[in-house]
Design a protein around this ligand. Sequence first.
Ligand SMILES: Cc1cc2nc3c(=O)[nH]c(=O)nc-3n(C[C@H](O)[C@H](O)[C@H](O)COP(=O)(O)OP(=O)(O)OC[C@H]3O[C@@H](n4cnc5c(N)ncnc54)[C@H](O)[C@@H]3O)c2cc1C
Length: 528
Amino acid sequence: MQSRFTFELDGEDCRVERENTHRTLAGFLSELDPCFAHFANDASWRGGHLVVLGDLKGDRHRFRAVDAQLLMLPMLSGRQVWTPEGIRNAEPDHPVNLALHNGHLECGRARGDAVVALMFEGYYRPDLRRHVQSNDQFDAIITRSANIPAIREVAAQVFASAAQLRNEYGNKVTESDEESTERLENKDIFEDRFTKSLFDLKSRAFLSYVDDSKRRFHQPSNLVELLKLKREYPDAQFIAGGTELAQQSGKVGWSNLISLEDVKELTGITIAKDFWDIGAAVPLTEIAEELGSECEAFNKVICRFGSRAIRNRASLGGYLATAWESGQLTPLLMALQARVILLSEEGERDAPISNFYKDGGGTILNPNEVIRSIIIPRYNESSLSERGVTARLCNTYTAAPRRTLCEPYATGGFAVELCGRKVSKAWIAYSGINQHPVRAREAERFLAGKRWGEKTVFEMLPILVDTVKVTDHRNEIAGSDYRKQLVVTLFQKFLFHHPTPESIRPESLTAAVDFAKLNQPFFDEIAD
Ligand SMILES: Cc1cc2nc3c(=O)[nH]c(=O)nc-3n(C[C@H](O)[C@H](O)[C@H](O)COP(=O)(O)OP(=O)(O)OC[C@H]3O[C@@H](n4cnc5c(N)ncnc54)[C@H](O)[C@@H]3O)c2cc1C
């Protein structure tokens, strides 16, 4: 085992020696140099102390804004980190620095730093093309106390300058006889100091780190090594993105941490004809990049999950293992009929997400098991028509005190499969209303075989009210009566939004609109 490692900090090698395995990057920086002293302040309530992690995976390079308070030091071994100070100083003429220097953002130091990190990440994002995505980049971090129009204006300038570079490069490739199918992200089209040093980064070496208190941090590179370590240290705690665990790092002492971040079988997404096989340690941002264009509901719910910086680290496996009863992803995963694959030395088992949670809280995951992957079916025309299904409507809705960074009151995930106008099968799932996510099976059974439309749904709503149990386990958040009402209104939104297989209405309704009356039509009947 080793008691030291290095990472790249603002372009220089930074040596870490005999530091506590639980130490966060924010804590480390605050004592490293007076210019980083502000990292000592607790900033979790306003979105954290953001830094940027360089991420080079195979042929793909990315910069990801992440919260330094949620990164444990050994996670950084062999990686590249840029602080907002480092970004400003390394290349004052970088488009982000120039634009921010001239803009009047009217925000304090912590938010100003967050804007630098998020703007920097956005500049290199090849998928940032639309205005609404630019809002999402800053969502939850930038609040009323900043000059939001000015930030948007600067972001538009910065992202447009990156798009121009990409276009110029794309034109050059087309003019020359190079392979036009070559992926742009394979190339350093920016050729600035940041991308150059990212492309120069050596691949990460296996880390097995021990601190002065004999606490160990293991970073296996494959499942065989991982299972071996788990046998050797049965009490070891798995750690993926660390967004949940790092919050407890000051209070809990784990003698062994096994990182999943470098386990190759857990960090990729396999795209098959009929399903995605998502490695349990893949961060949510990367999943949305892969699935989002085909599964819009996933993109939609992801935008309300924490903030960009949280999604850049939080993994789907970590989300499921945490089993937070208000988590917004589970109802959609149930409606999509996702499955979870669990692995231990005894072998593999496979369970639908609907059977993963235990009544009263917790999951079926055993202490010696790791979540290997999550399988999400792809619903394309050919896979549906094989089963005689003519349309699959699927969506998810959340009611919460704020858009992001809060505990949702309730989330619903819904799907109906139709043969013509008739429902062949339905999925109705909720989180936040009980100690564990639930399916409304009686209501699902009622819908099967009925004609999809307002009349059927009106007949079904009393079944939802009668059979879906809402407990008062967190009555300080919202009363159970209110949450019971949400069980109904969230499903009504689904019908309103997808009244017929052919038509999708814009999502104009909000939770504030009173349309929960069970016996009154809430929109004009759609002509057949
Ligand atoms: C600011 C903030 C905002 C948040 N917002 C939301 C939100 O809007 N909605 C929401 O649902 N959650 C939210 N969370 C919580 C979030 O779900 C979790 O932090 C995250 O999904 C956990 O993933 P991770 O990879 O970071 O897990 P880690 O922190 O690495 O691990 C969490 C737990 O899961 C276990 N684990 C991880 N991976 C595996 C695996 N493959 N197999 C077995 N066990 C495993 C670990 O041992 C640990 O016990 C938020 C958290 C923060 C800090």
